[in-house]
Design a protein around this ligand. Structure first.
Ligand code: GLV
Ligand code: MN
Ligand code: MN
Length: 437
């Protein structure tokens, strides 16, 4: 046998050995060490993308990966790649990882778990003395959350389609900072890290993540094979009015932007309630009121809409309902001023390929059987993930572990250590098998 060719059995045995070398204590410590960057008093983490604390966390990740023997690289969207060499480095690598940025109030695990578990896979392979045919790269994508600069998944979507970066660079945060300037500062902060091209060929990609919903906890099964990701659309609605004195302007002579916004919001919530059977999910998450003064009638109100469903036709119907609701509200005398709506982001549902799901299922099942469980649950992701974009670039899969109470985007986000270990074990199996394929 040529030293670079592998049989099924070699690949399976190496995958099992890698899985068995995942270390619980080391994984927990790595998660805790990253969570120290942006740690909050309530146990959560605040580390929005490309903030000073995020840049410190990136430096920590670089040192951590180098200590494991990885080569570190960065691309034009400041995505960080930690590479463990393969036996044949002319082959495209296997990619794992997730994102290290958080929501304004986030937990220790959303994104960070996938990055640290990816680095734990590398530590386990080192401990097991295993080389893989292909290189393995662990990535920390830039700005998955989309909370500081919209849209989300900037790093992964620009990686697969670099032309997106030009428009992303002009996005501004709430303080008027441009994403492009924050990006340049992040790149300048790591002069010791070589630049990598975007859109590099990848053999495959596996992202491990907390579920962020209630399905696995309710099923009492600690691992899930993700079959796909539901579709999502984001909009920004702006309701215009006229600022005027709160005490002197008669109610029937006002153009109150808040009255328009509230009337519209009520119609949208009523529509979502009527569509409950379709599992449409609606969030009106960010509100800006001008001038935001107790005694001035609002001159403008802007709010965001996040609408999601596994069935895209439901979102098409929602968009029509949004137009109808706007027309209705325009017709109200008390809210006679204009309403505009912009589309910020739209993504069709993602379906992960069957062979990738089958491999993840094998890795999950082997890990689960060692702790007395039978099979992982198959489920669709309610949250979007960087894997959504990678799925258009190379064969991609995801693994989920449970979230206590289904809670995330919250300081209380929590997954118990045994489930975190199982997820990293399933990841080690899957990534090692792929890297020997
Ligand atoms: C990602 O954080 C999402 O909003 O789904
Ligand atoms: Mn995430
Ligand atoms: Mn998130």
């Amino acid at each position: 046998m040529n030293s670079l060719s592998f049989t099924e059995t070699d690949a399976t045995e190496s995958a099992a050995r890698a899985q068995d070398h995942v270390d619980d204590t080391r994984l927990q410590r790595a998660i805790a060490d990253l969570a120290a960057f942006g740690a909050r008093d309530d146990g959560g983490v605040s580390r929005q993308t490309l903030t000073a604390i995020d840049l410190e966390a990136r430096r920590h990740l670089i040192e951590h990966a180098r200590a494991l023997g990885c080569e570190v690289g960065i691309d034009a969207c400041a995505n960080l790649f930690f590479r463990r060499a393969g036996l044949d480095d002319t082959l495209p690598p296997v990619l794992t990882g997730s994102h290290a940025d958080t929501q304004p109030v986030g937990g220790k695990l959303d994104g960070a778990y996938g990055v640290m578990a990816g680095l734990e896979v590398i530590a386990a392979l080192n401990d097991a003395g295993l080389r893989t045919r292909r290189a393995i790269e662990v990535v920390a994508w830039t700005n998955e959350e989309g909370s500081r600069f919209g849209p989300g998944c900037m790093g992964s979507s620009a990686f697969v389609e670099p032309a997106r970066l030009t428009a992303f660079r002009t996005a501004t945060d709430g303080d008027g900072v441009r994403f492009g300037d924050a990006l340049d500062a992040a790149l300048a902060a790591v002069p010791d890290v070589p630049q990598l091209p975007m859109a590099r060929a990848m053999a495959s990609c596996v992202e491990l993540h907390i579920e962020q919903g209630p399905v696995l906890e309710r099923a009492n099964v600690p691992l899930g094979v993700v079959t796909g990701i539901q579709s999502v659309r984001w909009f920004r609605v702006t309701c215009m009015g006229q600022m005027a004195h709160a005490g002197t302007t008669p109610m029937d002579e006002r153009a109150d932007a808040m009255a328009s916004a509230v009337a519209l919001a009520q119609r949208l919530y009523a529509y979502a309630a009527a569509e409950a059977a379709t599992q449409l999910r609606l969030t009106l998450g960010r509100w800006l009121v001008a001038p935001n003064s107790v005694n001035t009638i609002p001159g403008s109100v802007t709010f965001t809409i996040d609408a999601r469903c596994v069935d895209e036709a439901v979102l098409d119907r929602f968009e029509l309902a949004l137009q109808t609701a706007i027309a209705d509200v325009r017709g109200l005398r008390a809210t006679r001023n204009d309403i505009t709506v912009e589309s910020l982001f739209r993504q069709a549902p993602t379906h992960f390929p069957a062979d990738m799901r089958a491999l993840v299922e094998t890795g999950c099942t082997r890990a689960l059987r060692q702790v007395g469980h039978d099979q992982p649950v198959r489920l669709t992701s309610g949250a979007f993930h960087d894997a959504m974009y990678l799925a258009g670039h190379c064969p991609t899969a995801m693994i989920f572990v449970p979230s206590r109470g289904g809670i995330s985007h919250n300081a209380a986000e929590y997954t118990d250590a045994p489930a975190l270990l199982l997820g990293a074990q399933a990841l080690a199996y899957t990534v090692t098998a792929l890297a020997n394929g």
